[in-house]
Design a protein around this ligand. Structure first.
Ligand code: CP
Ligand code: NVA
Length: 306
């Protein structure tokens, strides 16, 4: 049995990433046209959530239902994983019963360990270091609106967090330039920056980073697990807000994205999500279509047998 995982975007080649985006666009059209497509009848996705979620849970659960399968929601409050059962043991047991597993957790090393012992594909649905599923949706949204992102400039404003690290991987795989505007001490992963320095540049001035950009992206200043730093971060990130005035410095056809949930009045102004350049609601919807394309990609063995 093939055992492909999706722990970071780099588990895909650039060509696979682009194919997956095209497939997501096709699956979206089929869904909107009311086409019934159930390639995963009787198949089960286990969803392990150690952090909160709205979009990720709804999109994966809905996607599996639309594919004719089902999804199990597993929280640490109710599973033995939450009571300290070894990750390796949980992975071996779960993967003997279900067909694919999705995990949202804290340390990235935890999902790597789980994947090592899982006999079925494992999907990273967010760790402290990466959020690759969100990038599938973001890139699908860009392609739908503007065509290929190759050669374009993307500006990420704010914390060098899991979203920012995944943007660096996307820049490498899809061939765009990435400007990152962040305060000192909040840079993305140093090893990633070093590896991709030819197309990723750090700025301290959000205006300079946004100048002429084709896509402007931001995320919360305090991620899940950093709640206690919220107040301090609000001070450190002052001046790193995305608002219509900042967007005016970008290219006239620039788009704005945010993975959501958003904090109006912090990383975005109160009016930013409703700005005509904002595509955040489609971006959120595309989580569904992009992840269906991902599940298909990872379940090729099952689909061949069907
Ligand atoms: N963007 C995102 O992953 O949202 P949720 O935390 O609601 O799943
Ligand atoms: N960086 C945010 C993304 C939420 C989808 C977090 O990790 O909380």
């Amino acid at each position: 049995m093939s055992n492909k995982h999706f722990l970071t975007l780099c588990d895909l080649t650039g060509a696979e990433f682009e194919q997956l985006l095209q497939r997501a666009i096709e699956l979206k059209k089929m869904q909107h046209d009311g086409v019934i497509y159930e390639p995963l009848k009787n198949r089960v996705l286990a969803m392990v959530f150690e952090k909160s979620s709205t979009r990720t849970r709804v999109s994966f659960e809905t996607g599996m239902a639309q594919f004719g399968g089902s999804a199990l929601f597993l929280s640490p409050r109710d599973t033995q994983l939450g009571r300290g059962e070894a990750i390796e043991d949980s992975a071996r047991v779960m993967s003997r019963m279900v067909d694919i597993i999705m995990i949202r957790t804290f340390e990235h090393s935890k999902i790597e360990r789980f994947a090592e012992y899982s006999s079925v594909p494992v999907i990273n649905a967010l760790t402290d270091d990466y959020h690759p599923c969100q990038l599938l949706a973001d890139m699908q949204t860009y392609v739908e609106h503007r065509g290929s992102i190759r050669g374009k400039t993307v500006t990420y404003i704010g914390d060098g967090n899991n979203m920012c690290n995944s943007y660096i991987n996307a820049a490498h795989l899809l061939g765009f330039k990435l400007h990152i505007a962040c305060p000192e001490g909040f840079e993305p992963m140093a090893s990633l920056l070093e590896q991709h320095k030819s197309h990723v540049k750090i700025f301290r001035d959000p205006a300079e980073a946004t100048l002429g950009s084709h896509l402007v992206v931001t995320d919360v200043w305090a991620s899940m697990g950093q709640e206690e730093e919220q107040k301090e971060r609000e001070q450190q990130f002052a001046g790193f807000q995305v608002n219509p005035k900042l967007m005016d410095l970008a290219s006239p056809d620039a788009l704005f994205m945010h993975c959501l949930p958003a904090h109006r009045g912090e990383e975005i102004s109160h009016d930013m999500l409703d700005d005509p350049r904002s595509v955040v609601w489609e971006e959120a919807e595309n989580r569904l279509h992009a992840q269906k394309a991902l599940i298909e990609h990872l379940c090729q063995d099952i689909l061949r047998k069907a």
